[in-house]
Design a protein. Structure first.
Lengths: 275, 310
């Protein structure tokens, strides 16, 4: 009795989820696989002929391989920002959690402010220009680090609270210096939360549109998301290429999702509850 | 020697660590403050300085190099121009609709996906996946799907005899259509937060309710809803912050149009920046800061206070 119920409701849910959640992705896929004439009809039918790979190659080659350059830029941005975020926020969270001092409440306020306060755009451009980093990749990397720190610090702090203090104290007795203790003793223990931070932040930063739009504009060093939006006006009569580009841009998060589904869901739920 | 510390070892170590802590007053100790320095510099320079500077520059006419103090003129312009007022109103509407729908649908989906149905794992994945996909990609896809004549949505509605509206071309509808896409993309996050909240409710509560003969609705109303309150607080806070700041999806779908019908504060800030009105754009940033702070800070405080009482 109970099982039939589960099958009926589950079956209905599968059908509804397919209509609401899968059709938009399937639609992108079939349009991306059509030739130009068929794609411009925008009909949800099977591609005739099926030319997905040609379209992908053409989309990648468009405007002198702009999309490939954009992928390289996005990878540099993501890897550099995430690497710095992991190390810097783990260091802050470690000292913040372990050493209660007059700085602790201040950090608390700064972290909460960082989560809530929307960044002031033009003054940020002014600061970047003053230090000579406007329209540069390092400038954008610093921005991503600054905006990502609060969330990562909270994730690390919650985890470090569960790491026994005896670990650091034993290392002190062994005569290790503070840098050594952090990198040789504490950091390796944080592996699981490090993975969470890497996965979450790389998806967030890779998908970021607003910050590259303001702080790294232009076509030569644009990131993937900017290039995708630029292609919208480029491909108004070539929907197959537009959707091939959308598919390409969706591949990295899809790979992350396939391998780290559980980790992402746990991290997002845990991180947001603390935030 | 065993890797774990025995009690006797711990007591033996205690005096040593204590003396180290005493010395720590003179030396940095194992938790040095200088670990804060690099992140603090990055955070202060690239986040805090611009935030504080925005208050000053919002009172100026500004071209990034020289600024002239003009008092409240930017704010007067901001609240006098119809287009900008629409942006402020739309921001509030958008944030309230998206967070309201995410709470209701997130809770409903979480209830469904924690009940005994088949294909739970698959369904959770499908609902969650859009959270990870590029907002721009989703915006462009739905712009095509919502095309009034050729779009798949209106063609499907046409099959069942409904004359679908101009989702993004009708000024009265555009903002709501974008809000729906926002919910479509974001409801997966609300769902996993609610699932985490629901599964942490101890089984005993349900057993006790069953003994008392409580029906499904009573179990939901008197057990699940109150005990999932922290999850509700999180979903509301997160989606309000996201909704008030939202820009990417709106920019990808309508660029604030038709006219100013789907403009929000964030898109106004961008348009004023593009037009070279840096002072006015910065005033927009300050308005957004005030809106977010005035709404989110008291709300978070109130939601968390309620939590402590129970």
């Amino acid at each position: 009795m109970k099982n039939t119920r589960g099958v009926v409701i589950g079956g209905a849910a599968i059908v509804l989820s397919a209509i609401f959640f899968l059709v938009p992705f399937l639609f992108s896929f079939v349009i991306a696989s059509m030739d130009r004439t068929q794609a411009n009809q925008l009909e949800f039918t099977w591609p005739q002929p099926f030319v997905l790979l040609n379209n992908v190659a053409e989309a990648l080659a468009a405007r002198d391989y702009l999309m490939i350059i954009a992928f390289i830029n996005s990878i540099i941005l993501t890897v550099a920002s995430v690497a710095a975020l992991v190390i810097l926020s783990a260091m802050v969270a470690y000292v913040w959690q372990r050493r209660i001092s007059r700085w602790s409440p201040l950090i608390n306020i700064l972290v909460l402010a960082g989560l809530i306060v929307p960044p002031a755009i033009v003054p940020t451009i002014w600061v970047l220009q003053t230090v000579g980093l406007f329209r540069t990749m390092p400038g954008l990397i610093f921005i991503e680090i600054a905006y990502g720190l609060p969330f990562c610090i909270l994730l690390f702090r919650a985890f470090i609270a569960s790491v026994p203090r005896e670990l650091d104290e034993a290392a002190v007795v062994d005569g290790a210096g503070s840098v050594q203790i952090f990198f040789r003793v504490i950091f390796p223990v944080l592996r699981s939360v490090v993975m969470t931070v890497i996965i979450l932040q790389s998806v967030l930063i890779y998908n970021d549109f607003q910050n590259p739009l303001y702080f790294l504009p232009g076509t030569e060093n644009a990131t993937v998301q900017l290039t995708l939006l630029n292609f919208q006006s480029q491909f108004t009569t070539q929907y197959n290429l537009l959707f091939a580009t959308i598919l390409l841009v969706t591949i990295p998060p899809l790979i992350m999702f396939i391998f780290f589904n559980r980790k992402i869901v746990e991290g997002m739920a845990a991180g947001s509850v603390k935030g | 020697m065993a890797s774990t510390l025995s009690t006797s070892e711990a007591t033996r170590l205690a005096p040593a660590t204590r003396s180290l802590r005493d010395r720590g007053k003179k030396r940095p100790g194992p938790y040095p403050y200088w670990f804060y320095i690099v992140p603090a510099i990055i955070y202060v320079v690239f986040f805090m300085v611009p935030t504080f500077a925005s208050f000053y520059f919002s009172f100026t006419r500004w071209d990034l190099f020289t600024s002239t103090w003009i008092g409240l003129k930017n704010y007067k312009t901001f609240f006098a121009e119809q287009a900008l007022i629409i942006g402020l109103r739309n921001t509030l509407i958008y944030a309230v609709i998206t967070s309201g729908l995410k709470v209701v649908l997130g809770m409903a989906l979480a209830l469904l996906l924690t009940s005994k149905i088949i294909a739970r794992g698959y369904l959770r994945s499908v609902v969650f996946f859009p959270v990870l996909v590029s907002t721009i990609g989703i915006g462009l896809t739905f712009t095509v799907l919502m095309d009034p004549e050729r779009g798949l949505i209106n063609q499907a509605l046409g099959v069942v005899g409904i004359n679908g509206p101009g989702w993004l071309t009708n000024p009265d509808l555009a903002l709501f259509s974008i809000a729906l896409v926002d919910v479509w993309k974001g409801v997966g996050l609300a769902t996993v937060i609610y699932i985490a909240g629901l599964v942490s409710i101890p089984q005993e509560y349900y057993e006790a309710a069953e003994v008392d003969g409580a029906g499904r609705w009573k179990v939901f109303r008197n057990i699940m809803l109150p005990l999932a309150r922290p999850a509700t607080a999180t979903v509301i806070t997160l989606s309000l912050i996201g909704g008030l700041r939202s820009f990417d999806l709106i920019w990808a779908m309508t660029k604030g149009g038709p006219g100013f019908a789907s403009d929000v504060i964030a898109s106004v800030i961008y348009k004023q920046y593009q037009a070279g009105f840096y002072g006015l754009s910065t005033a927009g940033s300050v308005v957004l800061f005030l809106v977010v702070t005035i709404i989110v800070v008291p709300l978070t405080w109130w939601l968390n206070r309620g939590e402590e009482v129970t």
